[in-house]
Write a protein that binds this ligand. Structure first.
Ligand SMILES: Nc1nc2c(ncn2[C@@H]2O[C@H](COP(=O)(O)OP(=O)(O)OP(=O)(O)O)[C@@H](O)[C@H]2O)c(=O)[nH]1
Length: 329
């Protein structure tokens, strides 16, 4: 059975709300990317050099990233030869198989969060303004709460006007406490307070917001280092996760931001927001391959439960859900 058929069997069940969310959230990307692949396959009967060249172009336009595209095309060519494939329709299933393989890589690209059994687990959020950091923190707090965990939020973005209030709005919406100080105060002091509260209340999860200015890398680095130092001192081994939030609709710009943050701090995972708002959802693969940081969560819409743990198979299923398939005997 083809790889894609197996994926379909695994995920077509409508009652699986998560794979359905991936399918819904990737509609824009699927319409353009998979639509073009379908069209390519219809136009080319034979797998030849021209076919691969056009495929390369489509992948690059979906923001898959140049390096990743070259790797993928090379592997496809090898596989086509090895399996003696001549029908272009058969190549489609191999593409989906290779996309999953490339994403999972050698290290398995684990999207699971490093949660401490006997908390508090400290999760530090970093990222520039406007990427959807606050919304993501709110959605994540909601996710933990619905799993029965107790959550505290730390309003560490003391720099951007309105950031504290915005976090408070999410705090009351989700029903979790927000630890804050006045605008302009030292973020490290907010973290200190928040950790004391989390310890005193035996909270399971402490989610920390930070300021997202990128204009001055030295300042950003200093601030993040200071915040991390305080957290580490108060809870050895923390922060347990440093999640960088990136906006999928900014395409290659998101990659540039990621490189800067990677230089400034140890990023343990990426949250890619607004994947539903772009036709270039291939950016997930570019991030994974070019930065070697796993995408741990993706934003697939504006609703509270639209933040989903990333899963390469569900993602690829979402990309190709309407694939025109080869008839199998
Ligand atoms: N469609 C869609 N919209 C999202 C997603 N994540 C966030 N948004 C929207 O993006 C907008 C900006 O998000 P905010 O969290 O307010 O971000 P911000 O306040 O501009 O900036 P920061 O909090 O500093 O990142 C809001 O309208 C969110 O609803 C997503 O996954 N999908």
């Amino acid at each position: 059975m083809s790889f894609f058929k197996k994926l379909k069997e695994k995920f077509t069940d409508q009652s699986d709300s998560v794979s359905e969310k991936f399918k819904q959230g990737l509609t824009k990307t699927r319409d353009s990317f998979a639509g073009r692949v379908n069209d390519l396959v219809a136009r080319y009967r034979k797998v030849d050099e021209d076919f691969f060249e056009e495929l390369e172009e489509i992948l690059i336009q979906a923001d898959v990233g140049f390096g990743t595209v070259i790797e993928l095309i090379d592997e496809l060519k090898t596989e086509v030869k090895r399996r003696n494939i001549s029908d272009t329709k058969e190549v489609q299933s191999v593409i989906s198989e290779k996309l999953v393989e490339i994403y999972q890589g050698d290290d398995g690209a684990d999207s699971e969060l490093n949660i401490q059994e006997d908390g508090p687990t400290v999760i530090l959020f970093v990222g520039v303004n406007g990427v959807g950091k606050t919304t993501t923190i709110g959605k994540m707090a909601h996710k933990f709460k619905s799993e029965g965990k107790s959550v505290i939020l730390a309003a560490g973005d003391t720099f951007r006007a309105g950031a504290i209030e915005q976090l408070e709005v999410w705090g009351s919406r989700v029903g979790v406490e927000v630890i804050k100080q006045a605008e302009g105060s030292d973020p490290a002091a907010v973290m200190f307070d928040a950790i004391q509260s989390a310890k005193a209340r035996k909270a399971d999860i402490l989610i920390c917001d930070t300021a997202g200015r990128l204009q001055n890398k030295v300042n950003l680095m200093k601030e993040l280092e200071k915040v991390k130092r305080v957290i580490e001192r108060e809870i050895p081994g923390a922060p347990h996760e440093v999640l960088l939030v990136l906006d999928a609709t900014t395409g290659q710009n998101a990659l540039i931001q990621a490189k800067t943050f990677k230089e400034a701090t140890n990023v343990s995972g990426i949250v890619l927001t607004k994947l539903d708002g772009t036709a270039k959802g291939g950016i997930v693969l570019a991030i994974r391959n070019e930065l070697s940081i796993p995408v741990k969560f993706v934003g697939l819409g504006e609703q509270m439960d639209d933040l989903q743990e990333f899963d390469a198979e569900k993602y690829v299923y979402g990309l190709f859900a309407n694939l025109v398939e080869v008839e199998e005997d």
